[in-house]
Design a protein around this ligand. Structure first.
Ligand code: MN
Length: 448
């Protein structure tokens, strides 16, 4: 199962928009992707100036597309993702794959790497699925990291203190650079698995393999002891240096604000392999795709945690306005008053970056901001239903948090109906309807 297979399927469903005109990888592609961001199609840029390769963006740009890629719908997605993290299946290793069609000396300047925003430090690789092992081979990890283009053979990597960083620390103790395979152009299941956070030591390629029903094949790299999907579009083989650093950033992150400059490790690229006519995949920082890939695994974690404290969770939305990261809306079935607040506490614990949580009843559509606002307007009393937690750990991406300590205030809004007051007071008014009128509406809505 490859990115190409998925694109072929999407092509049949008319979900791919081909851009035939010549466009520049500097600002022009990112601007077009941003303009089509909201529930937009996959964008395939057929002619990119200065190169021969095509660029694809917004592949995982809608919830529906991700669900389709995994063959599920709605909350089934959370169950499938949680189940795959619990039962990873080791992928088979192939001897050969389409990604080996061309093997060449590295020249990163030949790749159509995009420059996205006005004040970004330069071109950045954003759809990079990175595999590495601990020096003793006991632990493997796959994760996505932004990579700043420095020259023909070097990138700067942003290593947040998570699993790849931990492997890099182990490599540092062993006094050996960390060997990595950087895969670009992979199936949505691989992207989503790499964006999720099962416990340290769980190989996310094995999680992807479970999501794909055991169909993922890997190949061993030629220059390094690391693995890549055999049907990836493009693979960079390299080493993350344990001694050499470069100034990394600024780059726009998930919240749509610029992340700061930091000294970060340099990756030396030793070899490149790719399909003959490889597609270069890009993820627009802070675009829908970025938010969904990072947010969906967190939504699943919130869904699981809140399910343990209330009778039923109907839906979770890490909302677009919250950068897909800082705000959650959860619809729950309540048994007693106080369940709303417990749901809020469970959500905050499940996703430490979360800042504001709104709990609503099942009749509220968590994906409709107006509906959520209506629930706050008619069901919420600030002196009773507001929860504030001071000086908690939050996201480093929150510009309003204390920049020295990283401490932030968390807020919960319990906008569920109080059970002590009559139910009818909170009822959403309905108009009676019959099948004939529903049919009439369908006719009015359907295109001629
Ligand atoms: Mn991991």
């Amino acid at each position: 199962m490859s990115l190409r297979d998925f694109l072929e399927l999407m092509e049949k469903e008319d979900q791919v928009l081909h851009v035939m005109d010549d466009v520049s990888p500097k600002f022009e592609i990112s601007y077009i992707v941003k303009r089509f961001d909201k529930d937009g199609p996959i964008l395939l840029f057929e002619k990119v100036s200065g190169g021969i390769n095509r660029v694809v963006a917004n592949v995982c740009g809608t919830r529906n597309r991700i669900c389709e890629a995994l063959g599920v719908n709605g909350t089934e997605l959370y169950h499938k993702l949680l189940e795959a993290c619990r039962s990873p299946i080791k992928p088979k290793i192939a001897n050969d794959g389409v990604v080996c069609e061309v093997v060449e000396e590295p020249n990163l300047l030949k790749l159509p790497v995009l420059t996205h925003f006005e004040r970004d430090a330069g071109p950045y690789i954003t759809a990079s699925v990175i595999h590495a092992k601990s020096p003793d081979g006991a632990f493997e990890n796959v994760s996505i990291h932004r990579l700043q283009l420095l020259d023909e053979r070097h990138l700067a990597i942003r290593l947040v203190p998570r699993h790849l960083y931990r492997l890099w620390c182990l490599a540092k103790e062993a006094k050996k650079d960390l060997e990595v395979a950087i895969s670009i152009g992979t199936h949505p299941a691989v992207m989503l698995a790499a964006a999720s956070s099962p416990p340290f030591g769980v190989n996310e390629f094995a999680v992807a393999n479970t999501l794909l029903g055991g169909k993922l094949r890997l190949i061993k790299c030629m220059h390094v002891d690391a693995y890549a999907p055999a049907d990836a579009e493009l693979v960079l083989e390299g080493k993350i240096s344990i001694s050499r650093e470069a100034m990394e950033g600024p780059l726009v992150d998930i919240t749509g604000t610029y992340d700061v400059q930091r000294m970060q490790p340099i990756v030396e690229i030793l070899g490149i392999m790719h399909r003959g006519d490889y597609l270069y995949q890009a993820v627009l920082p802070s675009g829908s795709e970025h938010r969904l890939l990072m947010g969906l695994p967190r939504e699943a974690a919130i869904y699981e945690a809140v399910s343990k404290v209330v009778p039923k969770v109907h839906a979770v939305n890490l909302s677009v306005g919250g950068g897909g990261w800082l705000h959650a809306v959860i619809s729950i079935e309540k048994q007693v008053d106080g369940d709303g607040k417990n749901a809020i506490l469970a959500a905050l614990a499940a996703h430490p970056s979360l800042k504001h949580v709104i709990a609503v009843d099942p009749d509220i559509n968590v994906f409709d901001v107006s509906d959520v606002e209506w629930a706050i307007a008619t069901r919420f009393q600030a002196n009773e239903d507001l929860l504030i937690i001071e000086n908690a750990r939050g996201s480093t991406l929150d510009s309003s948090a204390d920049q020295e300590t990283g401490l932030t205030a968390k807020m919960g809004i319990d906008a569920t109906c109080p059970m002590t007051k009559p139910k009818e007071k909170f009822e959403k008014a309905k108009i009676p309807v019959n099948e004939r009128v529903e049919g009439l509406i369908r006719k009015l809505l359907s295109p001629k």
